[in-house]
Design a protein around this ligand. Structure first.
Ligand SMILES: Nc1nc2c(ncn2[C@@H]2O[C@H](COP(=O)(O)OP(=O)(O)O)[C@@H](O)[C@H]2O)c(=O)[nH]1
Ligand SMILES: [Mg+2]
Length: 637
């Protein structure tokens, strides 16, 4: 079953609500005031089904909008999710101000398909109808509603004339409507909130992407409230789930109607982020009454959201102002946090008098502060081109050394993980993008990082000849790297033999500690003392006392020997030379052939050390998993 949303548009009293009723049998004017005054104030909803030529059923959800100029903001809240528009023009009045304003809004929102409906055909003679038709054709020239690709159908809701033609036209066009992506992340802009006795809180909206099931947990943006879906209705009928492109009502647990309002958005928990800054391509209508200045404040509308936005031009080329008919990249600062994603359309209206002056498409809803303009612009250009691979490439590149995590990629695009993965396969294969687990880094950033790390190391060595290298953590903090990126860059430099990693230190390859003669001599003395002692090591303090260098420097040398693992400390008092411990391991290993176990006595005998040394040594071997203590004896592993 295919589901599409049909929206009405057009001047007040041109017969939009009557047309919806004629098509569906439902009066979309639901408010008492609307019925009394006979005008539509807020959005109205209706639904019906039509058979498709392939015998499938076409499910139609209608969003009926008010035509009155005072209620354009309500019209904007409804028009965001529509797939097909019925531009309603009364044959007895022809084109009027809100015909123009609504039509401009539809074009700014990028609505692709529709039908122009000349209503009240019964109220005029056929000559008048022909004249109006010519006028309307002229008005539609060069737009998405230009005939013949979009038909003009004359109807009378009163007599029913032309309604069958209109239904046929709807079915024809619906066939070409590309279904919204039900596999994308869910977003439901809330356009109504109310309570139903015995049910509690109900919200409605047009599901613009994804799907929603009963019992699912959702997050209300921007308030961050968690709610549970107690029930789902599609076009007034209880369903297990609603899919993108359906008018959806959800019964929610976890929020009362006072907590919620039109303009909030339902989304999966902890996946997407709201923002107060969006980068966009803004188009100023040719009909806009005046130029737009940098920093201008406007009404901002997207889906059911209505807030204030401050427009800042991205390109100095615009010269501080935008003329009617121009388009340019802008950053919009929003008065309230709003959940938007690239590709979302918006409308701007002047503060006073309130008229629609432009609109556009969001290119980035997660701009990074203080980013170089060129870097930011290359993302905007990629986003405007619509090339998913290029967009991801630019999003990764602008994160430079820090890289972009999969979770960030999901939040920035609203695409699922699998989609992101698929769109990155090519650049990962070609090497332009590097992948480390869930982190992506541009290869340019990585090469640059390698160079900077090498530079940093060489100046560090020059300044600190007695220190074996820079601590990994210090290096990480210096460039604000994540653990993954630090590991990746050091791995790469180790593999190309440019650096060495010793314990937690990174140093240039072959760059041991450069010592003065006296220190070098002392170092050798210490090493020799321990190397010759084997396991019967002297007390460290004794060795140090016999050196030429002072105590502080002697201690430093010992620290270096321990760091380089030339000396190994196995307890507070006992330090051994690496070779002595290696020899011990060999001895133990060869003993295994004759005896699988060893006790303290046998150990003392084998090594010739006293109990004072034997116990710590055996405990060390246990820790190193060379032996394992079993009761009074040790098993050789
Ligand atoms: N004669 C005639 N009157 C119509 C027709 N459609 C609507 N009307 C009348 O026009 C007025 C406005 O209609 P309505 O649907 O509320 O207009 P909307 O403001 O565009 O929703 C009402 O009094 C309707 O009865 C039609 O096809 N023929
Ligand atoms: Mg109406």
């Amino acid at each position: 079953m295919k589901s599409i949303i049909v929206g009405t548009a057009g001047h007040i009293d041109h017969g939009k609500t009557a047309l919806v009723k004629a098509l569906t049998g439902i009066d979309a004017d639901r408010l008492e005031e609307e019925k009394r005054r006979g005008i539509t104030i807020d959005l109205g909803f209706a639904h019906t089904e039509l058979p498709l030529p392939n015998r499938e059923v076409l499910q139609l959800g209608f969003v009926d909008v008010p035509g009155h100029e005072r209620f354009v903001r309500n019209m904007l809240a409804g028009v965001g999710g529509i797939d097909l528009v019925l531009l309603v023009i009364a044959a007895d009045e022809s084109i009027k101000p809100q015909t123009r304003e609504h039509f401009e809004i539809l074009q700014l929102l990028g609505v692709q398909r529709g039908i122009t409906v000349l209503t009240k055909s019964d109220a005029v003679d056929s000559e008048t109808l022909d004249v109006v038709r010519l006028e309307v054709e002229d008005f539609l020239r060069g737009t998405f509603l230009e005939p013949p690709k979009a038909p003009i159908v004359a109807v009378s809701s009163l007599t029913g004339a032309g309604l069958e033609d209109l239904k046929r036209a709807i079915v024809n066009i619906a066939d070409h409507v590309v279904a919204r992506d039900a596999s994308a992340l869910l977003r439901l802009p809330i356009d109504r909130v109310f309570t139903i006795k015995g049910f509690g809180t109900v919200v409605t909206g047009t599901l613009i992407s994804g799907s929603v099931r009963r019992e699912e947990e959702l997050e209300v943006d921007p308030i961050g409230r968690r709610v549970r879906v107690r029930g789902v209705q599609v076009h007034g009928i209880t369903a297990d789930r609603a899919l993108a492109g359906q008018r959806t009502a959800l019964n929610l647990a976890g929020a009362s109607p006072e907590d919620l309002k039109r303009g909030m958005m339902l989304a999966p928990p902890e996946k997407l982020n709201h923002t107060r800054n969006v980068d966009a391509n803004l188009h100023l209508l040719a009909s806009a009454p005046r130029i737009l200045k940098d920093g201008a404040r406007v009404h901002f509308y997207a889906y059911a959201v209505e807030t204030i936005g401050e427009i800042h031009f991205r390109k100095s080329a615009v010269g501080g102002q935008m003329s009617p008919g121009e388009a340019t990249f802008v950053r919009i600062r929003l008065a309230e946090p709003t959940l938007l994603l690239p590709g979302d359309r918006f409308i701007i209206r002047q503060l006073s008098p309130v008229v629609t002056i432009g609109g556009g498409v969001v290119l980035d809803a997660a701009p990074i502060p203080r980013l170089k303009r060129a870097t930011g612009d290359s993302l905007l250009e990629a986003a405007a081109s619509g090339d998913a691979g290029a967009v991801l490439g630019a999003r990764i590149a602008r994160r430079w050394y820090r890289g972009l995590t999969m979770a960030q990629a999901v939040a920035e695009t609203g695409w699922r993980k699998e989609v992101i993965q698929a769109n990155l396969t090519a650049s990962v294969a070609k090497g332009g993008v590097l992948r480390f687990g869930d982190l992506f880094l541009s290869s340019t950033a990585m090469s640059e990082l390698e160079a900077v790390v090498l530079q940093t190391l060489s100046s560090f060595h020059a300044k600190n000849p007695l220190v074996p290298g820079i601590g990994k953590e210090t290096l990480r903090e210096q460039f604000s790297l994540t653990q993954e990126v630090l590991a990746a860059v050091t791995d790469r430099l180790v593999r190309t033999q440019k650096v060495e990693v010793v314990a937690d230190f990174v140093r240039l390859a072959g760059r041991g500690v450069l010592m003065k003669d006296e220190e070098a001599e002392s170092k050798k003395q210490i090493e020799d003392a321990f190397a010759m002692a084997g396991l019967k090591v002297p007390a460290l303090q004794e060795v140090l006392a016999g050196l030429k260098v002072d105590k502080v420097r002697a201690q430093k040398i010992v620290t270096l020997l321990l760091r380089d693992r030339v000396l190994i400390k196995i307890s507070d008092e006992l330090v051994f030379h690496r070779t002595a411990l290696e020899e011990l391991r060999r001895q133990i290993a060869s003993r295994k052939a004759t005896s699988p176990t060893i006790d303290v006595g046998a150990f003392k005998e084998m090594t010739g050390v006293s109990r004072k040394y034997a116990i710590p040594l055996l405990e060390y071997l246990d820790r190193e998993r060379v032996t394992k203590r079993v009761g009074d004896t040790r098993q050789i592993l």
